[in-house]
Design a protein around this ligand. Structure first.
Ligand SMILES: Nc1ncnc2c1ncn2[C@@H]1O[C@H](COP(=O)(O)OP(=O)(O)OP(=O)(O)O)[C@@H](O)[C@H]1O
Ligand SMILES: [Mg+2]
Length: 260
C-alpha cells in the first residue's frame, strides 16, 4: 500500500466512523451491533438508497434477528418503509446455503459468504414479488441492493403490525382460512413453499394475515420442498388448535398439492 492509499483509507475510515456515530444516535444500537450490521459496503448501499431518493432517513430498528436487522425508514415524501438488512458477518451461512443450493433459480452463483447473503436477499425479494403477483397479502417489495431489501411497511403510522403469536384473534376461522388459502395459492400458482411459516412470520393488520420473511421460500423443484410444506402446514394447524380449529394435516396437505 502506498502512503497515499494509506491516507485515503484512513480518511475513508474516519468518514465511516462518523457515519456510524450518527447511526448509533438514530438507532440506539451499540457500536458492536452497528459494526456487524453496517459494514462498509452496506453503508454504501444505504447511501445509494438515499441518493436515489428511495429513502430519506433511517428511523429506528424494528427487530434484531439471527440473520439480519429490520429498520423503519422514511421516503422523501414521508411514507414509512421497511429496510431488512442481512448481516454479511456472523450470519448463519450454512443454514442459508441449504435453502439456496437446490433452488434451480440460484444454480450459477459462486458460493462465497457474501454471494450467499446477496442471493438470499434476492430470493426473498423474488418470493415477495410472487406473492404480489397472486394477490396474497404481504409487504410489497420495492428495491433490492446487495444485502438490503426495501419493502412496504405493514402497520399504522410508525407502529408495526403485531405478529400472529401476539394477537388474540376475534375471527380466528377467517384468519386461518386466509393463511391456508395463501399456502395453497403460493404452491399452486407460483410453485412456492414458504418453508418457515408460523405464528412468528405472519403479521395481523386490519383483519388480514400478511405473510412475511420469505428468504427461506423454495420452489417445488427443491428436493425438500414437500417436507417444508408439511412442516408449514403442521405449524399452522397446531397453532390454531388453541382456537378450537381442528383439521387433519394429511388431508389438508393432499388438498393443497392437488389444488382441490
Ligand atoms: N414489512 C414489514 N412491516 C412491518 N414490520 C415488519 C415487516 N417486515 C418485518 N417486520 C418486523 O420485523 C421482524 C423481523 O422480520 P423477519 O421475520 O422478516 O426477519 P427475521 O430474519 O426472521 O428475523 P428473526 O430472526 O427475528 O425471525 C418481524 O417479526 C416483524 O415484527
Ligand atoms: Mg421471522
Amino acid at each position: 500500500m502506498s502512503s497515499d492509499d494509506f491516507f485515503l483509507n484512513k480518511r475513508e475510515n474516519k468518514k465511516i466512523d462518523l457515519k456510524l456515530q450518527k447511526l448509533a444516535e438514530i438507532t440506539g444500537f451499540d457500536r458492536k451491533t452497528l459494526d456487524e450490521v453496517f459494514d462498509r459496503s452496506t453503508l454504501h448501499s444505504i447511501e445509494k438508497l438515499i441518493s436515489d431518493r428511495v429513502i430519506d432517513s433511517l428511523e429506528f430498528p424494528i427487530s434484531t434477528g439471527k440473520e439480519g436487522n429490520v429498520f423503519l425508514a422514511t421516503t422523501p415524501q414521508d411514507t414509512p418503509l421497511v429496510l431488512k438488512i442481512y448481516r454479511t458477518s456472523n450470519s448463519t451461512f450454512k443454514h442459508m446455503a441449504d435453502y439456496i443450493i437446490g433452488d434451480p433459480r440460484f444454480q450459477s452463483i459462486h458460493k462465497s459468504k457474501r454471494d450467499i447473503v446477496y442471493a438470499w436477499t434476492s430470493k426473498e425479494y423474488k418470493n415477495l414479488q410472487k406473492l404480489e403477483t397472486i394477490g396474497i397479502p404481504a409487504p410489497r417489495p420495492i428495491k433490492k441492493i446487495d444485502n438490503i431489501l426495501v419493502m412496504e411497511f405493514i402497520g399504522d403510522k410508525n407502529q408495526p403490525a403485531p405478529l400472529l403469536k401476539d394477537v388474540e384473534l376475534k375471527n380466528p376461522k377467517t384468519i386461518y382460512k386466509q393463511i391456508i388459502k395463501a399456502i395453497r395459492k403460493m404452491y399452486q400458482e407460483e410453485n412456492l413453499v414458504h418453508s418457515d411459516l408460523s405464528q412468528y412470520n405472519i403479521l395481523i393488520h386490519k383483519n388480514k394475515a400478511y405473510i412475511i420473511d420469505l428468504g427461506q421460500g423454495v420452489l417445488k423443484g427443491h428436493p425438500l420442498s414437500n417436507e417444508y410444506l408439511k412442516r408449514d402446514i403442521h405449524r399452522i394447524v397446531s397453532y390454531f388448535k388453541k382456537y378450537d380449529i381442528t383439521e387433519n394435516e394429511e388431508t389438508l396437505y393432499n388438498k393443497i398439492i392437488t389444488g382441490k
